[in-house]
Design a protein around this ligand. Structure first.
Ligand SMILES: [Zn+2]
Length: 276
């Protein structure tokens, strides 16, 4: 009987430990328990989010476009869908009213640099200027500074991730679903690629500067919704992160479960992969 009690006591302690380590209100508070990833790395960079809910984040890069972005905003409004735009500073300065509208309608605005260079190959001073000018342009257009940054082409060094996070407070947002819409493969291909790869917690990359992408969106969004997926902004998705420590047992599908993973330290060069 004594041993039975001892056993239950141990189990109770174990459960208490897991509960403390996986407070869903503070998904990022337990870096020291995050296994092989360094604490800062896990908190700073996201390709996808580990979450129990059915939520995903659609992201649109390289705009705003004076003609295509408003079209996209119309069809998002009609569906009550919120997305995240990673805007280029030059374009924000040219069309601040489009960014202002996006922010007003509940979408999130992230920094995608001033002129879309490969920041992994630039001096700290030049990168700082690219980000600061864009941060200012977004603040001027929307009244709010961004909290997210996506490096053009997904190309960024480990060192840059850390100083950018320290100086600007940005989280670095990459993606786990890439339809290669910049190659303009046609709306049907863009849609099929997104539908095939998107799962709960996904961050979907696309570009609101290509007509085919905008054309693909009505049926893509409707099909994702029909699968039971819900659309949130990237920051909202990060808030929904469930620590992987709270899932000690393997999940069905195993390797397909999403997670907040750091990207390769330096992504391929623009010439070989212009995604992002
Ligand atoms: Zn881009």
């Amino acid at each position: 009987m004594f041993f039975l009690r001892l056993y239950f006591l141990c189990v109770a302690l174990l459960i208490a430990t897991f509960t403390l380590a996986s407070d869903p209100e503070n998904p990022l508070q337990t870096p020291e328990k995050s296994g092989h990833k360094t604490p800062t790395e896990q908190n700073i960079t996201f390709n996808a989010i580990h979450t129990d809910g059915p939520c995903i984040a659609m992201t649109f890069d390289d705009g705003p476009s004076a003609t295509l972005t408003p079209k996209l905003l119309d069809l998002l409004a009609a569906r009550h869908i919120k997305v995240t735009f990673f805007v280029i500073g030059e374009n924000v300065a040219e069309h601040p009213e489009v960014v202002a509208r996006a922010a007003r309608e509940g979408h999130e605005i992230g920094n995608h640099s001033w002129s879309h260079p490969n920041v992994a190959k630039m001096s700290q001073e030049s990168v700082r200027s690219q980000l600061q000018r864009t941060d200012d342009a977004i603040k001027n257009a929307t009244g709010k500074r961004p909290t997210l940054m996506r490096p053009p082409y997904g190309s960024i060094t480990e060192r840059e991730k850390h100083w950018i996070h320290d100086e600007f407070g940005y989280r670095i947002i990459l993606w786990d679903v890439d339809p290669y819409d910049w190659k303009r493969p046609g709306p049907a291909v863009v849609r099929n690629r997104i539908l095939k790869e998107t799962r709960p917690g996904s961050i979907v990359l696309s570009h609101d500067i290509h007509p085919g992408t905008i054309e693909a969106m009505p049926s893509t969004l409707d099909a994702l919704e029909a699968k039971g997926l819900k659309f949130v902004t990237v920051s909202e998705l990060i808030e929904m992160a469930t620590p992987q420590a709270s899932h000690p047992s393997p999940q069905p599908g195993g390797s397909t479960s999403t997670k907040a993973t750091p990207s390769p330290s330096i992504a391929p060069s623009p010439a070989s992969s212009p995604s992002g």
